[in-house]
Design a binder for this molecule. Structure first.
Ligand code: NIG
Ligand code: FE
Length: 398
């Protein structure tokens, strides 16, 4: 016996964002005065209200907006410790450096399994309450075989989108032997971690891993069946973007500093059937006082752009995709439609997922009801908690 109705009609939706141009208007496939039917965890029907089929139960959207749940394709929520003072120092002029990662590594190694899991669950719930229904989670604050494997096991308790980032920075024990650390990451650490992850990631940046080391890490992961993604071009121009495109990564994340060649490479990769997505992380540039990436130039060139949070204790401690959308619209040249698409369908592409990020029949019933008549309000009312309800797999989850 279950008291979950077999089908649910969400009725009187003022603005339904489907991300399916075949179903509605514009790039985000908007249907006005719409309804949507959920059945068995997926979307069974979406269309104009007057044509909605009958269902077992009815939810009144009361003239508000429904959109796909956010797909946050980049987070680091398995960690312990606090770096609020580092943030405050940055706001007074100290530049961000990758070296701060080691502070979190020390705290994470010292934490119990229960503490790590409790905190990760807390951040995942916080994200869910703000409309995130798919969340990628990385390791990268353990940097020993045991601590990386443990971080991935914790990540796997909160999501299916788990990324092995042993190559976040060189572990402190290997400060004088970076090559030895890459041997560890591509050898015993990968052996222990590959069974727990879907993705392999590397921080390809000055102060972390150079092009050759990054290529080795990605190749080793891919040989073990992991799919590649890259942190690149965060702190300056560098080889990250072109390496990501070269290996066919699903995404290259940050893209704050891009040369004309990088933009060309992302534009070329944007036209592939399986693109390398340029995932922009506005919260990072906000919290590190860097300039924002030029999303307009990327989109105009033909790149596929996603927005993600990068929620982590160092460079950006927000889990709010609504905040990222507001910044992207205000300061990165994105229209509200483009930003909402990037935080939903764009994130899905960055995770090579076709079942999320859209609300067409057959898609997962992962959706958000906003306390607003349309999705423009996500940028129009920055900082206001607009999420009224969240369904995950067709079940009310917030
Ligand atoms: O994506 N850039 C590398 N890693 C994280 C930051 C991690 C940290 O500072 O703790 C990022 O920004
Ligand atoms: Fe990151």
């Amino acid at each position: 016996m279950t008291d979950v109705p077999e089908s649910i009609l969400i009725d009187d939706i003022a603005t339904l964002v489907t991300n399916d141009p075949g179903l509605g208007e514009g790039a985000v496939g908007v249907i006005e005065d719409a309804a949507l039917v959920i059945e068995g965890g997926t979307v069974a029907w979406a269309g104009p209200r007057g044509r909605a089929p009958a269902a077992d139960a009815r939810v009144d959207a009361a003239g508000r907006c429904v959109l796909p749940g956010f797909v946050d394709s980049h987070s680091h929520i398995v960690f312990a410790g606090d770096r609020s003072r580092e943030f405050a120092a940055r706001m007074s002029g100290t530049p961000y450096s990758a070296g701060g990662i080691r502070t979190t590594v020390a705290a994470t190694r010292a934490a119990s399994d229960a503490e790590l899991l409790g905190r990760a669950r807390g951040f995942a719930a916080e994200a869910r309450a703000q409309g995130t229904t798919t969340l990628e989670v990385k390791s990268g604050y353990g940097l020993t075989v045991a601590d990386e494997a443990r971080s991935l096991r914790v990540a796997g308790r909160v999501t299916d989108e788990v990324t092995f980032l042993g190559a976040h920075v060189v572990a402190p024990e290997y400060a004088d032997d970076p090559q030895g650390y890459v041997d560890l990451v591509t050898g015993p650490m990968l052996d222990a971690c590959a069974p727990h992850a879907r993705w392999i990631d590397v921080f390809c940046e000055r102060g972390a891993f150079d092009e050759e080391a990054s290529r080795r890490v990605l190749a080793a992961g891919m040989e073990r069946g992991l799919l590649p993604r890259v942190h690149g071009n965060q702190l300056g121009e560098g080889p990250g973007v072109r390496l990501a495109v070269e290996v066919g990564a699903a995404s290259v994340d940050h893209c704050t500093y891009l040369s004309a060649e990088d933009v060309d490479a992302l534009a070329q990769a944007g036209g592939r059937p399986e693109p390398t997505v340029a995932t922009l992380l506005p919260g990072v540039d906000f919290s590190t006082r860097q300039s924002y990436p030029d999303a307009r130039a990327l989109i105009d060139a033909g790149a596929v752009v996603a927005l993600a949070s990068d929620c982590n204790p160092g460079s950006c401690f927000t889990s709010s995709l609504a905040f990222c959308i507001a910044v992207a619209v205000r300061d990165m040249g994105m229209t509200p439609d483009e930003a909402v698409w990037a935080a939903t369908a764009g994130g899905a592409l960055a995770l090579r997922r076709t079942d999320v990020g859209r609300l067409a029949p057959g898609a997962r019933a992962d959706l958000v009801l906003l306390d607003a008549p349309n999705h423009l309000y996500l940028a129009y009312r920055p900082g206001v908690p607009l999420v009224a309800a969240v369904w995950k797999d067709g079940v009310l989850a917030h």
